[in-house]
Design a protein around this ligand. Structure first.
Ligand SMILES: Nc1ncnc2c1ncn2[C@@H]1O[C@H](COP(=O)(O)OP(=O)(O)OP(=O)(O)O)[C@@H](O)[C@H]1O
Ligand SMILES: Nc1nc2c(ncn2[C@@H]2O[C@H](COP(=O)(O)O)[C@@H](O)[C@H]2O)c(=O)[nH]1
Length: 388
C-alpha cells in the first residue's frame, strides 16, 4: 500500500484534486481518499441537511472523472464528518451527533460484492453499507420444501418480535394468491422486467422455482438492514446456495416435514395451487429434502408440531434467553457534534470530541478498532470494536 493509499486527513489530496481541475461540483465539505491512483471524492451535490452523499472518482492515470454506479442507501450529507481508509477495499465515514447504531458508514470500493457488481454492470461501482458494532445481527435464511411451514414460522417470529426482525420481500413472476399484497408478501413482477433487472445486477440471488422466477433484490435486504433489524429470507435451496456463496454471512436453517405424506396434505389443505402445480412442487420437494441433508445448512428443524418447531427455532436464534447476538445494543453512546480524527500507535481510529460542552452519553474520546470488520454491502459491515 504505502504511498499509493492516502487518507483524507491529508491536505495534499485537496491540492492534488485542485491541480487536476476539481470537477466534482460538491457543495460544502467534501472528503477525498486516494486508493491506487484513484481519488474517491465524496460530498453532496445539493445544499440542505438531507441531501444524500454522492461519490465521484478521479482517475489520475487517465486524468478523467468517472461517475461510478453507487449501490446501497446513501447517508445524508449533513452529519457525515470524514472519510477514513480502513483497508484498500473500503472507506469509513463517521457521523457527528449520532447514535452507536447510526454513526458509521462504509463506502466499499473494491470488496467482493463490488467486484462482482463491476463484472455484471461494467464500469466503476461503489457500495455503501452501515457499520455494526460487534457481530451485529446475522441475516437468517430459511429454506425447505413448499408447504413445509416456512411462511407460517416466519409470520410467528415477525408477529412476536416486530422490532427485531424484518422480512426480505422477494420478487416473483408468479401470480399473486388471494390475500397476497404486492410489496408485502412479494414484489409481483413481469418476467421480462425481472430478467432485465437480474442482468442489471439488482438481485443478490435469483432462481427458477416451480416454473417461476423468484429473487432477492439487493434493495430488499438493505431495506431491512437499514432499519437495524435482522433480515429474514424465505428462499429455496438454490437461493440459499447463492447466498452462501455471497459476501452475506447468514445463518442457514432448513425446515423438514415430518413425512412426505404430511407435506402433501399441507400443500393440498392450503388450497392455493392447482393439482398440476402441487405435483410439480412435490416432485421438487423430494430433491430439496435430499439437498437439505448436504451440509449447506447450519440447522435443520423438523416442523411436526408447529408450537414445538417454533420453540426450537426461537431457541436456536437465542430468543428464549436474554442473550442477543446484537452486541451494538450493549454499547450505548452518541458521537460528539464536532470532532477530530487521528490514528493511535495500534492503528486504531481515535475520535476526539471538540464539543465545548460535556454532555451525558457523549464521550470525550472514542477509539475504534477496525481490524476485524467483515461482511458489508448488501447488508451491514460487522466487527467494529469500540472503546470509550
Ligand atoms: N406444523 C404444522 N402442522 C400442520 N400444518 C402446518 C404446520 N405448519 C404449517 N402448516 C400449514 O401448512 C400450510 C403450508 O404452510 P406455509 O404456507 O407456511 O408453507 P411454506 O413452507 O411457506 O410454503 P411455500 O414454500 O409454498 O411458500 C399452511 O396451510 C399452514 O397453515
Ligand atoms: N431463490 C428464491 N426462492 C424464493 C424466493 N422467494 C420465495 N422463494 C421460494 O419459492 C418457493 C415457492 O414460494 P411460493 O410463495 O410460490 O409458495 C418457496 O420455497 C420459497 O422459499 C426468492 O427470493 N429466491
Amino acid at each position: 500500500m504505502g504511498q499509493e493509499i492516502q487518507e483524507n486527513f491529508s491536505a495534499s489530496l485537496h491540492e492534488t484534486l485542485s491541480a487536476c481541475g476539481d470537477d466534482s461540483d460538491f457543495k460544502g465539505h467534501k472528503t477525498i481518499t486516494e486508493i491506487f491512483g484513484k481519488l474517491y471524492v465524496v460530498g453532496a451535490t445539493s445544499e440542505g441537511a438531507e441531501s444524500p452523499l454522492d461519490v465521484k472518482l478521479f482517475d489520475k492515470a487517465t486524468g478523467k472523472w468517472l461517475a461510478p454506479t453507487i449501490l446501497g442507501k446513501k447517508p445524508n450529507s449533513s452529519t457525515v464528518h470524514s472519510g477514513v481508509l480502513v483497508t484498500n477495499d473500503r472507506i469509513l465515514f463517521l457521523k457527528a451527533d449520532s447514535s452507536a447504531n447510526e454513526f458509521s458508514y462504509f463506502l466499499e470500493v473494491d470488496s467482493k460484492f463490488v467486484r462482482e457488481r463491476k463484472d455484471l454492470l461494467g464500469g466503476e461501482v461503489v457500495a455503501w453499507s452501515k457499520g455494526s458494532i460487534g457481530d451485529g445481527p446475522k441475516p437468517i435464511v430459511i429454506s425447505g420444501p413448499s408447504g413445509v411451514g416456512k411462511g407460517t414460522l416466519i409470520n410467528k417470529l415477525m408477529k412476536d418480535f416486530p422490532s427485531t426482525f424484518g422480512f426480505s420481500v422477494s420478487h416473483t413472476t408468479r401470480a399473486p394468491r388471494e390475500k397476497e399484497v404486492n410489496g408485502i408478501h412479494y414484489h409481483f413482477t413481469e418476467r421480462e422486467v425481472m430478467e432485465t433487472e437480474i442482468k442489471e445486477g439488482k438481485f443478490l440471488e435469483s432462481a427458477l422455482v416451480h416454473g417461476n422466477l423468484y429473487g432477492t433484490s439487493v434493495e430488499a435486504v438493505e431495506a431491512v438492514t437499514d432499519t437495524g433489524k435482522r433480515c429474514i429470507l424465505d428462499i429455496d435451496v438454490q437461493g440459499a446456495r447463492s447466498v452462501r456463496a455471497s459476501t452475506i454471512e447468514a445463518i442457514f436453517i432448513f425446515i423438514r416435514p415430518p413425512s412426505f405424506e404430511e407435506l402433501e396434505k399441507r400443500l393440498r389443505d392450503r388450497g392455493t395451487e392447482t393439482e398440476e402445480q402441487i405435483q410439480k412442487r412435490l416432485r421438487n420437494a423430494r430433491k430439496e429434502i435430499e439437498e437439505g441433508k448436504e451440509g449447506l445448512f447450519d440447522h435443520v428443524l423438523v416442523n411436526d408440531d408447529l408450537e414445538s418447531c417454533y420453540a426450537n427455532l426461537k431457541k436456536l436464534l437465542g430468543l428464549d434467553s436474554m442473550e442477543t447476538s446484537n452486541k451494538a445494543a450493549s454499547v450505548d453512546f452518541r458521537t460528539p457534534s464536532s470532532f477530530t480524527i487521528s490514528r493511535d500507535a495500534e492503528n486504531n481510529i481515535v475520535i476526539d470530541s471538540q464539543d465545548t460542552e460535556t454532555k451525558d452519553g457523549i464521550p470525550k474520546k472514542i477509539v475504534l478498532d477496525v481490524s476485524s470488520v467483515r461482511g458489508g454491502a448488501p447488508g451491514r459491515t460487522r466487527g467494529l470494536t469500540v472503546s470509550i
